[in-house]
Design a protein around this ligand. Structure first.
Ligand code: HEC
Ligand code: HEC
Ligand code: HEC
Ligand code: HEC
Ligand code: HEC
Ligand code: HEC
Ligand code: HEC
Ligand code: HEC
Ligand code: HEC
Ligand code: HEC
Ligand code: HEC
Ligand code: HEC
Length: 265
C-alpha cells in the first residue's frame, strides 16, 4: 500500500514536471529544452542502466544523439526511437535482422542473449568456426551454435552432456583428443597418457605394461602418432634389423616377436 502511494505520487510529480516542461517548451519553442542531464529526472532506471552497462553507448554516444527529435507528448509513440542502421552500417553483421533479438537492451548493448537459430549471425564474425563445423559432418553440426553457447563467450563442459570414457577424466583430456567442432575427427598430440587410450583399449594397455622389453615403457601415441587409428610399420622405426635372407624367409616380424604390445625379444 505504501509503495502504491509512493508510486502514484511519483507519477503525479512526473506528469507535473512534464506539463511544466511542456509549458516551458511552448514558451521558448526555438530553444533546445531538454539536455542530457534532464533525462535522469524522469528516466532514472534507464540512466542507471546506461551508467552501469552502457559501454560504448555510454562513452561514445549520448541519450540525445539516439533520441533526437521532439519528446512526447504531442508526437507519435516511437518517433524518438532510432534504428540501429542510423549509426551501424557497412558490415555483414549489420545486415542481420532483429538486432534487438540478441542485443535485448540498447542501453546495455553487450548484454547479449541468444535465440535458438543464430548460426548465420555467428558467421558474421566467426566464419572460420562456422565453415569448420559445416564441412565436418557430426552430431555437433546438426545443432545450432546456441545449443552449446547459450550466451556469448561461454564455453560449455563436455560433461554437461556426455559421460567421460572413464571416471576421473577431465575436460582438458576430452579436448586433447576431440576437436569440439569436428568431434569425429580424432587428432592428438604426444602428451596423451596411456591411461586415456586404455579407457577403451584396456587389454592392450595391460599387455604392453606387463611386458619386459623396452616397448613396455613407451607411450601409445609415440607409436600411434597424430591421428586415431594410425598403425605404424615396425620397419618405420627399426629399418632393416636383420639380414635380408632371414627377412625374406620370415616376412612378418611378429612371427618371432609376437606383437608390438607383448613383444618377445
Ligand atoms: C545508442 C542509442 C541509444 C542511446 C545512447 C540511448 N538510447 Fe534510449 N533507446 C534506444 C532504443 C533503440 C530504444 C528502443 C528500445 C526498444 O524498442 O526496446 C530506446 C528506448 C528508450 C526509452 C523508452 C523505453 C521504453 O520502455 O519505452 C527511453 C525512456 C530511453 N530510451 C531513454 C534513454 C536515456 C535516458 C538515455 C541516456 C541515458 C538513452 N535512452 C540512451 C537507443 C538509445
Ligand atoms: C519531465 C519528465 C521527462 C523528462 C525530463 C524526460 N522524459 Fe522521456 N518520457 C517521459 C514520459 C512521461 C514518457 C512517456 C511518454 C508516452 O508514453 O507517451 C517519455 C518517453 C520517452 C521516450 C519514448 C518515446 C517514444 O517515442 O516511444 C524516450 C526515447 C524518451 N522519453 C527519452 C528521453 C530522453 C533522452 C530524455 C532526456 C533528454 C527524456 N526522455 C527526458 C518523461 C520525461
Ligand atoms: C546514434 C548512433 C547509434 C545508434 C542509433 C546505435 N548505436 Fe550502437 N554504437 C554507436 C557508437 C558510436 C558505438 C561505438 C563505436 C562502434 O562500436 O561502432 C556503438 C557501439 C555499439 C556496440 C558495441 C558496444 C561496446 O561497448 O563495444 C553495440 C553492440 C551496438 N552499438 C549495438 C547497437 C544496436 C543493437 C543498436 C540499435 C538498437 C545501436 N547500436 C544503435 C552508436 C549508435
Ligand atoms: C544472433 C545475435 C546477434 C544479432 C541478431 C545481432 N548481433 Fe550484434 N553482436 C552480437 C555478438 C555476439 C557480438 C559480439 C559482442 C562482443 O564482442 O562481445 C555483437 C557485436 C555487435 C557490435 C559491436 C562489434 C562491432 O562489430 O562493431 C555492434 C555495433 C553490433 N553487434 C550491432 C548489431 C546490429 C546493428 C545488429 C542488427 C543489424 C546486430 N548487432 C545483430 C550478436 C548479435
Ligand atoms: C560482432 C562480432 C561477433 C559476433 C556476431 C559473435 N562473436 Fe563471438 N566473439 C567475438 C569477439 C570479438 C570475441 C573475443 C575475441 C576472441 O576470442 O576471438 C568473441 C569470442 C567468442 C567466444 C570465446 C572465445 C574464447 O576463446 O574464449 C565464443 C565461444 C564465441 N565468441 C562464440 C560466439 C557464438 C556462438 C556466436 C553466435 C551466436 C558469436 N560468438 C557471435 C565477436 C563476435
Ligand atoms: C550441450 C550439449 C553438448 C556438449 C556441451 C557437448 N556435446 Fe558432444 N554431443 C552432443 C549431442 C546431443 C550429441 C549427439 C548424441 C550423442 O552422441 O550423445 C553429441 C555427440 C558427440 C560425439 C559423437 C559425434 C557423432 O557425430 O556421433 C562426440 C565425439 C562428442 N559429442 C564429443 C564431445 C566433446 C569432446 C565435447 C566437449 C569438448 C562435447 N561433445 C560437448 C551434445 C553435446
Ligand atoms: C557441442 C557443443 C558446441 C557447438 C554445437 C558449438 N560449439 Fe563452439 N565451442 C564449444 C566448446 C566446448 C568450445 C571450447 C573448445 C576448447 O576449449 O578447445 C568451443 C569454442 C568456440 C569458440 C572459441 C574457440 C575457437 O575455436 O575459436 C568459438 C568462437 C566458437 N566455439 C563458436 C562456435 C560457433 C560459431 C558455433 C556454431 C557454428 C559453435 N561454436 C558450435 C562447444 C560447441
Ligand atoms: C585418448 C583420446 C580420447 C580422449 C582423451 C577422449 N576421447 Fe572420446 N572418443 C575417443 C575415440 C577414439 C572415440 C571413438 C570410439 C569409437 O569409434 O567407438 C571417442 C568417442 C567419443 C564419443 C562418441 C560416443 C561414444 O562414446 O563412442 C563421445 C561422446 C566422446 N568420445 C566424448 C568424450 C569426452 C566427454 C571426453 C572427455 C571426458 C573424451 N571423449 C575423451 C577418444 C578420446
Ligand atoms: C572411446 C574409446 C577409444 C579410445 C579412448 C581410444 N580408442 Fe582406439 N579404437 C577404438 C575403437 C572402437 C576402435 C575400432 C574401430 C575403429 O577402427 O575406429 C579403435 C581402433 C584403434 C586402432 C586400430 C585402427 C586399425 O585400423 O586397426 C588403433 C591403432 C587405436 N585405436 C589406437 C588408439 C590410441 C593410441 C588411443 C589413445 C590415444 C586410442 N586408440 C583411444 C576406441 C577407442
Ligand atoms: C614408433 C617407433 C617404433 C615402432 C613402430 C616399433 N618399435 Fe620396436 N622399438 C622402438 C624403440 C624406440 C625401441 C627401443 C630402442 C632402444 O632403446 O635401443 C624399440 C625396441 C625394440 C626391440 C628391442 C626390445 C628391447 O627390450 O631391447 C624389439 C625386438 C623391437 N623394438 C621390435 C619391434 C617390432 C617387432 C615392431 C613391430 C611389431 C616394433 N618394434 C615397432 C620403437 C619402435
Ligand atoms: C612400440 C610401438 C607401439 C606402442 C608403444 C603401442 N603400439 Fe599399438 N601397435 C603397434 C603396431 C606396430 C601395431 C600393428 C600390429 C602389430 O604389428 O603388432 C599396433 C596395433 C595396435 C592396434 C590395432 C589392433 C591390434 O590389437 O593390433 C591397436 C588398437 C593399438 N595398437 C593400440 C595401442 C594402445 C592403446 C597402446 C598403448 C597402451 C599401443 N597400441 C602401444 C605399435 C605400438
Ligand atoms: C626369425 C625370427 C625373427 C624375425 C622374423 C625378426 N626378428 Fe627381430 N630379432 C630376432 C631375435 C632372435 C632377436 C634377438 C637377437 C638379436 O639381437 O639378434 C631379434 C632382435 C631384434 C631387435 C633388437 C636388436 C637389438 O640390437 O637389440 C629389433 C629392433 C628387431 N629384432 C626388430 C625386428 C623387426 C622390425 C623385424 C621385422 C622386419 C624382425 N625383427 C624380424 C628374431 C627375429
Amino acid at each position: 500500500m505504501k509503495r502504491m502511494i509512493i508510486c502514484t505520487m511519483a507519477t503525479i510529480l512526473n506528469i507535473g514536471a512534464l506539463l511544466f516542461w511542456a509549458d516551458a517548451r511552448n514558451a521558448e519553442a526555438a530553444d533546445p529544452v531538454l539536455k542530457n542531464d534532464d533525462c535522469v529526472k524522469c528516466h532514472a532506471a534507464i540512466v542507471h542502466q546506461v551508467d552501469q552497462a552502457g559501454n560504448k553507448h555510454k562513452t561514445e554516444v549520448e541519450c540525445m544523439e539516439c533520441h533526437a527529435g521532439t519528446h512526447p507528448p504531442g508526437v507519435e509513440k516511437g518517433s524518438l526511437i532510432p534504428g540501429c542502421a542510423t549509426c551501424h552500417e557497412g558490415e555483414p553483421h549489420f545486415q542481420l535482422e532483429n538486432c534487438l533479438g540478441c542485443h535485448r537492451n540498447p542501453h546495455e548493448p553487450l548484454n547479449i542473449v541468444f535465440g535458438d537459430n543464430v548460426k548465420a549471425a555467428c558467421d558474421t564474425c566467426h566464419s572460420a568456426v562456422v565453415a569448420e563445423i559445416n564441412t565436418h559432418q557430426s552430431a555437433h553440426a546438426e545443432v545450432d551454435c546456441s545449443f552449446c553457447h547459450d550466451r556469448h563467450g561461454f564455453k560449455p563442459d563436455c560433461m554437461d552432456c556426455h559421460d567421460p570414457h572413464m571416471s576421473g577424466q577431465q575436460y582438458a583430456a576430452c579436448v586433447s583428443c576431440h576437436q569440439v567442432h569436428r568431434p569425429l575427427e580424432l587428432a592428438y598430440g604426444a602428451e596423451i597418457p596411456n591411461s586415456d587410450c586404455g579407457a577403451c583399449h584396456s587389454d592392450i594397455r595391460s599387455a604392453l605394461e606387463a611386458g619386459a622389453t623396452k616397448h613396455a615403457a613407451m607411450q601409445c601415441v609415440y607409436c600411434h602418432a597424430d591421428k586415431h587409428g594410425n598403425v605404424p610399420q615396425c620397419q618405420s622405426c627399426h629399418g632393416t634389423p636383420h639380414n635380408e635372407q632371414m627377412l625374406s624367409k620370415f616376412p612378418s616380424c611378429n612371427e618371432c616377436h609376437q606383437s608390438a604390445h607383448s613383444l618377445l625379444k
